[in-house]
Ligand binder design. Structure first.
Ligand code: NAD
Length: 367
């Protein structure tokens, strides 16, 4: 007999004995399960960390309880703003001690890209679950180390893929999987914005690991994969650099790239730091199309198909993401589009292939 059936049998017997109807007991049981909350520490109290912290105020299953920061004044600000106890505050030297803190379940890294891997390894070694912001690491080799370390430590590794929980995105994905668009043979992903301050870490290859591709191009890579529901087998890519002063060696300004998929579908994408209002996905099948613009911004996302607009409620992406990630960890929920480390790694394999294709001018084949 399954554990659930044994449990239900036990519950049924005891509630019958007490005269409590079964439905009420099961409802109470559900509530108890839902009362469990994922206790989160944010590492890197910058612009995106603040956005996540604010969004978590509306979460039902996730709660901000701790911080990791190298700036003492930010820690005290966050303590008063988000009611964080001193015992849950760490810096980059001492955060390994989080292993002795039973009140923190997971650390969410909202730091520059090159810090994701080394910090992930330390968080996993401390026995805590990890959320990494995108891109998960600088390359696939780093990504593999992160996946292996978290597996060895028995902790979850997830990537902050907020679009994987966005309702209009999920409806387009559902339609594609259900065959409502026919055989989908073409995806277009356009991702870009004009980057400002030339001194920021996003333009420092040591911290960013590249340029627009690492920051915004990854949305088109990831989008092509979840919109088409398959993995590419070949990549071609071309780089254009109009401002070699701002976009120095190792920092890509604009890259166009193409991907081929086993079904025969192709994707054509653009990643750039030199155009604003560039945030569009277009998916075309033999029976219809779906278009999204904006497709990956903070929303509201706009989506329509050849049959008309897709209407869904807009909920702050990071609020939904954190509640859903809590359900993945606490209840074993399976998301429609994965957000685990393996998913992050698949994007990094493609990033590596794009950079290789740019460098060699050759088509790169993926197994
Ligand atoms: P940011 O510069 O605003 O914040 C980064 C934080 O990391 C700062 O608080 C900074 O002090 C801290 N930090 C720690 N060590 C550092 C070091 N050695 N050098 C520089 N800063 C250091 O950047 P951000 O926009 O918050 O981006 C952080 C991460 O979040 C990036 O990986 C980025 O790609 C990701 N991001 C994701 C989304 C999304 O929608 N999912 C949006 C924005 C950013």
């Amino acid at each position: 007999m399954s554990t659930r059936r044994i449990f239900l049998k036990r519950v049924g017997l005891s509630t019958l004995a007490l005269g409590i109807p079964m439905a009420e007991t099961l409802k109470a049981m559900e509530n108890t399960k839902e009362d469990k909350v994922l206790r989160v520490a944010i590492m890197g109290l910058g612009s995106y960390g603040t956005r996540v912290a604010d969004a978590m105020k509306d979460c039902k299953r996730a709660k901000l309880v701790g911080v990791v920061s190298g700036t003492p004044s930010k820690i005290t600000d966050w303590q008063s703003k988000y009611d964080i106890p001193a015992k849950n505050c760490y810096n980059y030297e001492n955060f390994d001690q989080i292993k002795d803190n039973p009140d923190i379940d997971i650390v969410y890294m909202t730091t520059p890209n090159s810090l994701h891997k080394p910090h992930c390894l330390r968080i996993a070694a401390a026995g805590k679950h990890v959320i990494s912001e995108k891109p998960m690491a600088l390359n696939a080799a780093e990504g593999r180390e992160m996946v292996a370390a978290c597996k060895k430590a028995g902790v979850h590794l997830m990537v902050g893929y907020r679009m994987h929980f966005e309702l209009k995105t999920l409806e387009v994905v559902r339609m594609q999987r259900a065959g409502e668009l026919g055989k989908t043979l073409f995806f277009q992903g356009l991702s870009g914005f004009i980057i400002g301050d030339p001194t920021q870490w996003r333009l420092d290859p040591a911290l960013a690991g590249g340029g627009a591709m690492m920051d915004i191009g990854v949305y088109s890579i990831n989008g092509a994969r979840y919109m088409l529901g398959e993995e590419p087998t070949w990549i071609t890519a071309q780089e254009v650099k109009n401002d070699p002063v701002k976009f120095k060696e190792g920092v890509d300004e604009t890259i166009t790239f193409q991907m081929g998929f086993p079904s025969g579908a192709v994707a054509s994408c653009l990643s750039t730091y030199s155009l604003n209002n560039l945030d569009k996905f277009f998916l075309n099948g033999t029976k219809g199309f779906a278009e999204m613009q904006p497709s990956t911004g903070y929303g509201p996302i706009k989506a329509w198909t050849n049959k008309g607009p897709i209407e869904r409620e807009h909920v702050t992406h990071q609020t939904v993401q954190m509640d859903e990630m809590a359900a993945i960890i606490l209840d074993g929920k399976k998301p429609m589009i994965p957000v685990d480390g393996e998913e992050g790694l698949k994007d990094l394999v493609i990033v590596d292939a794009i950079y290789e294709a740019v460098k060699t001018g050759q088509k790169v084949t993926l197994s």
